[in-house]
Design a protein. Structure first.
Length: 70
């Protein structure tokens, strides 16, 4: 835990880890994505949500269309 040489260890008070932290944050009641949870802890403002995209090659699209008979 202290191998990094860090003087401060930040984290959320959960799963018995708070005893190892120098600065403890309390979990929010609402269910949010883990990345947003840690951004909030660091004081960052969450960027606008970006939905994931699946990029398919033309060959993959043609194969899928043939498989599902479009």
């Amino acid at each position: 835990m202290w191998l990094s040489g860090s003087k401060r260890r930040y984290g959320y008070r959960s799963q018995m880890r708070s005893i190892f932290l120098t600065d403890v944050f309390y979990l929010l009641e609402s269910k949010i994505h883990r990345s947003d949870k840690y951004l909030n802890m660091l004081g960052g403002k969450s960027p606008d949500k970006v939905l994931p995209k699946i990029h398919l090659s033309k060959k993959e699209v043609l194969w899928a269309q043939a498989e599902i008979v479009i």
